[in-house]
Design a protein around this ligand. Structure first.
Ligand code: SF4
Length: 165
């Protein structure tokens, strides 16, 4: 495996609590995730990085087969996962990993309202869940913590990922 230490260090330098290389084969994609976006999330249809605009679970499942590695990033207390992932993706891409592609967490909130086409395509990526990834199963099977937030104000665990070939 290539040495990805530099990207792990950079992710931590940008505020991540933890970052690690995992196998894309451990990324779980499921159709039910789309249902949770469509019925229950007030971000549905509000952002170009969310369903119905983001890739379907079927597309994501096929896309993952084109990658050998994934850099997973766990947020720290003040980590801007949404901003961090495009930066890491760009760094990895410029190092020659031309297929590098990142996914963050939650809806994009860079603009008050999306335009017909994204105003900042270099600064935003769809979230993992918007692409049909079961974030709970994926991070737990890789040894990271996550739990359902059942009270207002409890601290969550958020994740982003950069796919690398
Ligand atoms: S950067 Fe702006 S236009 Fe693009 S997805 Fe985010 S909110 Fe929408």
């Amino acid at each position: 495996m290539p040495d990805f230490t530099k990207y792990i260090k950079h992710a931590k330098g940008l505020g991540a609590k933890e970052a690690r290389i995992i196998s894309p084969k451990t990324i779980v994609v499921a159709e039910w995730v789309r249902m949770k976006c469509q019925f229950g999330c007030d971000g549905f249809g509000q952002s170009l990085t969310c369903p119905p605009y983001s890739p379907t679970p079927e597309f994501t499942r096929r896309m993952l087969t084109f990658y050998k590695h994934a850099l997973i990033v766990h947020d720290g207390d003040y980590t801007d996962i949404h901003g961090l992932i495009p930066k890491l993706e760009r760094e990895i891409f410029l190092d020659g990993y031309y297929k590098a592609f990142g996914m963050g967490s939650g809806p994009c909130q860079l603009c008050a309202k999306c335009a017909k086409f994204c105003r900042h395509p270099d600064k935003t990526r769809p979230s993992m869940e918007a692409c049909g990834i079961d974030v709970y199963s994926t991070v737990r099977s890789n040894g990271f913590p996550i739990k359902v937030l059942n009270m207002p104000g409890c601290k969550g665990n958020y994740y982003g990922i950069v796919l690398i070939d």
